[in-house]
Design a protein around this ligand. Structure first.
Ligand SMILES: [Cu+2]
Length: 214
C-alpha cells in the first residue's frame, strides 16, 4: 500500500494493522492449541477421555478478552471515522459532481475545474453528488471514499497536509468507461491555491497544470 498523506489515513492504516496482528496472534493461539491437543490427547498417550463440565476461569478469559478486543477495534475505528464527519468552522466547501465518466469540481466563487485543487492545511468539505448513476468518490492516498448519489448530496472531510498530486478515482462500477473515470487531487500551498482560484482558467489549462505536476 502506498503511503497515506493525512492523519486520517494513518489512523486507517493503524486500525488495519492492529486488526491484522490481532488476527495473526489469535490464529496462532487457536491453531497451535488444536495441534497441541491432537498430539497430547492422542489415543496412544491418553486412552481414556475425561468428562469435563465447564471451567469458569477459562470461560471468563475467552469471553472478556474478545469483548475488550472488539471494543478497542470499535473505539479506534470510531475515532478515525469521526474525523471524516465532523466539519470544522473554517472548512472550505468544494462541490464534487460525478457523471459518466468524469468528475467536476465547483468552488464557492463559481470556478469549475476537472481536477480538484485544494490549499494545503485547510479542511475541505467535499459536497458529493452525481448527475446520472451512482459513482464512488475515492481518494486512495487519503483512505477516504464516499458514494456520489443522484439527487442527494453527501459530504466528506479532507485534511490536505502535504503539497502534492494524488489520484481520485471512481469506486462504483458505473458503466462502460468506469475504469477511466479518474482525475487528480492537487494540493497547493495556500497562496498558490488562492492565485489559481482567482484566475479564470480554461479547462485545457487546468488539465495541463494537473499533468505537469506528477
Ligand atoms: Cu463512476
Amino acid at each position: 500500500m502506498f503511503p497515506g498523506v493525512q492523519s486520517h489515513a494513518l489512523a486507517v492504516d493503524d486500525i488495519a494493522s492492529f486488526i491484522m496482528w490481532a488476527d495473526i496472534i489469535l490464529f496462532l493461539i487457536v491453531v497451535g492449541t488444536m495441534f497441541l491437543f491432537v498430539f497430547k490427547y492422542h489415543k496412544k498417550r491418553h486412552p481414556h477421555a475425561t468428562n469435563i463440565h465447564g471451567n469458569v476461569p477459562l470461560e471468563v478469559i475467552w469471553t472478556v478478552i474478545p469483548i475488550l478486543l472488539v471494543l478497542y477495534m470499535f473505539y479506534i475505528g470510531w475515532t478515525g471515522y469521526i474525523q471524516t464527519r465532523v466539519v470544522p468552522k473554517d472548512a472550505m466547501p468544494v462541490k464534487v459532481i460525478g457523471r459518466q465518466w468524469t468528475w467536476t469540481f465547483e468552488y464557492a466563487n463559481g470556478k469549475v475545474a476537472d481536477s480538484m485543487y485544494v490549499p494545503e492545511g485547510t479542511p475541505i468539505k467535499c459536497l458529493i453528488t452525481s448527475v446520472d448513476v451512482i459513482h464512488g468518490f475515492y481518494i486512495p492516498a487519503f483512505r477516504e471514499k464516499q458514494d456520489a448519489l443522484p439527487d442527494r448530496v453527501r459530504y466528506l472531510m479532507l485534511y490536505p497536509e502535504q503539497v502534492g498530486n494524488y489520484e481520485i478515482t471512481c469506486s462504483q462500477y458505473c458503466g462502460l468507461d468506469h475504469a477511466l473515470m479518474e482525475t487528480r487531487l492537487v494540493v497547493l500551498p495556500k497562496d498558490e491555491f488562492n492565485k489559481w482560484l482567482n484566475t479564470g482558467v480554461s479547462k485545457e489549462e487546468v488539465k495541463e497544470v494537473a499533468t505537469s505536476n506528477p
